[in-house]
Design a protein around this ligand. Structure first.
Ligand code: F6R
Length: 609
C-alpha cells in the first residue's frame, strides 16, 4: 500500500528511485513522484497514473542529484491527482514521502495554519512536512526535528524526509508502516520493501516500531522510540527468486498461477521426512510450543482469510483441535473468549497487513499460549513478532490478486493440521497420507493447469455478465469464496459465494439465465448433497458451470457445462479446485480488458487500517 524509495549516493539516483518504484508499483499505482537535491536545490516531478508516466516525464526532463526520495501512491486522503501525489514539500526546503495514515492530521493542520503554513494538497502527509519545518526552527538538525515531529503524530507512518539545506542526509521514521534500510558501498538506501532495492543491494536492516534513523552515504544511525541509539541486525536478503520481471508471461498474475507447482515444491522442501510433517517447518522452537495446543484461533484478511477458513475444516475434522477463524479487522475490535492452550495463527502473504498485525499484537496481550504466522515475507513484522513462523517460500507475489500465495498457504495449513494432529487425535496412517498428498501436490497442480485452454474458451460466456454465483460445500465453500473474490477483484463482475446448502434460504431468488452459477464439486462425501443443490438451480432455469472430478458423473447438457478436474485425494482437493477458478477469473478479465495485475482501487499489502 503505497511504496517508498530513498537514496543517498555520489551518483545521480533518479534512475534507481524509478526502478525501485516500478518494483513497488503493485502496492499502489494512482500517482507517483520523485524529489532530488542537486546543487543546493530541491526539484520535484510528480505525475498522475502509473510509474511509467513519471519515468516518461523524467526521460524528457531528467533530474540530477545524489539524494532523493520517491513514492508510488494508493490514495487515502485526497483524490489521485498531481497536487496530492508525494513527495510533499514545505516551501522549497523540506520534502517528505509517507505511507500510512496520520489520524490526527485535521487537528495538526489547523495548528499549522495558525502558525502561517499554507497547505497545497488534501493529504494527511502534508502536515509532516510543515511540522518538520516548524520543528527545525528550534531543533539542532533534521534528525531532532523529525524525532520531535513523530512524537506529535497519531496513526501509522513510514516516512522519509530530506532537507535542501542538509543535502546528504535522509531521515526515516517507522511506526505501523514498514521500512528497510539497504546498505551499499559508499551509498545507502531506504524503502518500504526490500524488493525495491534488490538491484542495488542485498544487505538490509529492518527498522522496528518507533525507530527513527539518519542515513548518509557512509553511515546509518538508528534510534528507538525514546531516542536511544540502537543496532538493528544487518541481514542478507533471503529472496532467491527476484520476481522483478514477467518473463514470457503477459501478466504477473498468469506467471504466478503457473509458478504454483514450483512454489509448492519449494514450500515442501525439507519439511517432510519419514512420512510425516516435521515440527521444524514452523521454527526451531515449534515442537515445544505446539505439543499442548488444543485450540486454534486463525486471523487473516481477504484471500488469506479464505485459506484459514478451509483449514478450520481440516483442524477440526482431522487434527482433533477446535478452531475459530475470523477476519482480522473484526477480531481486533471485539472482545473474544480465550480458551486454554490456544494457538493464534495469522496468515499473511505480505506479513504487514495492518489489521492482522494489530490482531496478533492484541492476542499476545490476551495471553495466547503461542503465536504462529504463515507468511511469505521474510523479515516482515508478522514474522519478527510471532513466536513461530512458517515461511511460505512462494517467491514474491507481484500481481495484486493473490494466487500462488493462497495455494501455498493451503499447503502450509495442511502441514499444520498434520503437525497438531500428531499431538492430538490423528492416526499415524492419516499423517502419512497427508504427507504423501502434500508431496504429490506440485505434479497434480501441473495437471490442473492443463485446463487453461478449456477455461479460456469458457470465459467467453462470462464477458457480458454482471453477476456470478459460486457454490461449494465443506472445505470447498472457502474455495468458492476465493473464486468469487478473484473474479470480482480483477474482472469487476459482482460475484458472491454460498455454501450450497444455504441456497434455498434466500439466494435461490437470484437465479435466472443471466446469473452464471459456478460449482466446485470434487468427489467427496458431500457430492450427493451438492448434486441436489445443483438440481435446485437447474429447476429455476440457472446456467451452471460445474468443476467436477472426472468420476463425479456430471454430464454437460443445455443447462450445465461440466469441466472435468483431475482426480485428487481429499487432502489436496481444495488446492486443486482453486486452480481452474484462478484461470477463469484471469481469462474473464483478459476478455474484459481490465488491468489484470493492478486492478482499480486496490493495492497489495494493506498497511493501513
Ligand atoms: C486478494 C488479496 C487480498 C489479500 C489481503 C490480505 O487477492 O490479495 O485479499 O489476501 O489483503 O493480505 P495479506 O495476505 O498480505 O495479509
Amino acid at each position: 500500500m503505497c511504496g517508498i524509495v530513498g537514496a543517498v549516493a555520489q551518483r545521480d539516483v533518479a534512475e534507481i528511485l524509478i526502478e525501485g518504484l516500478k518494483r513497488l508499483e503493485y502496492r499502489g499505482y494512482d500517482s507517483a513522484g520523485v524529489a532530488v537535491i542537486h546543487q543546493g536545490e530541491l526539484t520535484r516531478t510528480r505525475r498522475v497514473g502509473k510509474v511509467q508516466e513519471l519515468a516518461d516525464a523524467l526521460q524528457t526532463a531528467p533530474l540530477a542529484g545524489g539524494t532523493g526520495i520517491a513514492h508510488t501512491r494508493w490514495a487515502t486522503h485526497g483524490e489521485p491527482s498531481e497536487r496530492n501525489a508525494h513527495p510533499h514539500q514545505s516551501g522549497s526546503d523540506i520534502a517528505v514521502v509517507h505511507n500510512g495514515i496520520i489520524e490526527n492530521h485535521a487537528k495538526l493542520r489547523e495548528m499549522l495554519k495558525g502558525l502561517g503554513y499554507q497547505f497545497n494538497s488534501d493529504t494527511d502527509t502534508e502536515v509532516i512536512c510543515h511540522l518538520v519545518d516548524h520543528e527545525l526552527k528550534s531543533a539542532p538538525g533534521l534528525l531532532a526535528a523529525v524525532q520531535a515531529t513523530v512524537k506529535q503524530l497519531e496513526g501509522a507512518y513510514g516516512t522519509v524526509v530530506i532537507d535542501r539545506r542538509d543535502p546528504e542526509r535522509l531521515v526515516v521514521a517507522r511506526s505501523g508502516s514498514p521500512l528497510v534500510i539497504g546498505f551499499g558501498l559508499g551509498e545507502n538506501f531506504v524503502a518500504s520493501d526490500q524488493l525495491a532495492l534488490l538491484p542495488v543491494t542485498r544487505t538490509f536492516a529492518f527498522l522496528e516500531e518507533g525507530d527513527v534513523a539518519e542515513v548518509t552515504r557512509r553511515e546509518v544511525h538508528i534510534y528507538d522510540l525514546d531516542g536511544n541509539p540502537v543496532v538493528r541486525e544487518k541481514k542478507e536478503s533471503e529472496i532467491t527468486h527476484d520476481a522483478g520481471d514477467k518473463g514470457e508471461y503477459r501478466h504477473y498474475m498468469l506467471k504466478e498461477i503457473y509458478e504454483q507447482p514450483m512454489a509448492l515444491a519449494r514450500t515442501l522442501e525439507g519439511r517432510i521426512a519419514q512420512q510425516r510433517v516435521l515440527d521444524s517447518a514452523f521454527g526451531d522452537n515449534a515442537a515445544e510450543l505446539l505439543k499442548d495446543i488444543k485450540h486454534v484461533q486463525i486471523i487473516a484478511c481477504g484471500t488469506s482469510y479464505h485459506a484459514g477458513m478451509a483449514a478450520r475444516y481440516w483442524l477440526e475434522d482431522w487434527a482433533g483441535v477446535s478452531c475459530n477463524v475470523e477476519i482480522a479487522s473484526e477480531f481486533r475490535y471485539r472482545k473474544s473468549h480465550l480458551f486454554p492452550n490456544s494457538l493464534l495463527v495469522t496468515i499473511s502473504q505480505s506479513g504487514e497487513t495492518a489489521d492482522t498485525l494489530a490482531a496478533m499484537r492484541l492476542a499476545k496481550e490476551m495471553g495466547y499460549k503461542a503465536t504462529l504466522t504463515i507468511c511469505n515475507a521474510p523479515g516482515s513484522s508478522l514474522v519478527r513478532e510471532s513466536d513461530m513462523a512458517y515461511m511460505m517460500k512462494a517467491g514474491a507475489e507481484i500481481g495484486v490478486a493473490s494466487t500462488k500465495a493462497f495455494t501455498v498457504q493451503l499447503a502450509g495449513l495442511l502441514m499444520l493440521t498434520a503437525a497438531l494432529g500428531r499431538y492430538n487425535s490423528m492416526s499415524v496412517e492419516m499423517q502419512a497420507a497427508i504427507a504423501q498428498s502434500l508431496q504429490s501436490m506440485p505434479a497434480k497442480v501441473e495437471q490442473a493447469l492443463g485446463l487453461d485452454d478449456a477455461i479460456a474458451e469458457l470465459a467467453e460466456d462470462f464477458a457480458d455478465k454482471s453477476h456470478a454465483l459460486f457454490l461449494g460445500r465443506g472445505d470447498q465453500y472457502p474455495i468458492a469464496m476465493e473464486g468469487a473474490l478473484k473474479l470480482k477483484e480483477i474482472s469487476y463482475i459482482h460475484a458472491e459465494a454460498y455454501a450450497s446448502g444455504e441456497l434455498k434460504h434466500g439466494p435461490l431468488a437470484l437465479i435466472d439465465a443471466d446469473m452464471p452459477v459456478i460449482v466446485v464439486a470434487p468427489n467427496n462425501e458431500l457430492l450427493e448433497k451438492l448434486k441436489s443443490n445443483v438440481e435446485e438451480v437447474r429447476a429455476r432455469g440457472g446456467l451452471m458451470y460445474v468443476f467436477a472430478d472426472v468420476d463425479a458423473e456430471f454430464a454437460s447438457d443445455d443447462t450445465m457445462k461440466v469441466i472435468p478436474v483431475p482426480h485428487c485425494d481429499e487432502f489436496m482437493a481444495p488446492l486443486i479446485y482453486t486452480i481452474p477458478l484462478q484461470l477463469l477469473s484471469y481469462h474473464v478479465a483478459l476478455i474484459k480488458g481490465t488491468d489484470v495485475d493492478q486492478p482499480r482501487n486496490l493495492a497489495k499489502s494493506v498497511t493501513v487500517e
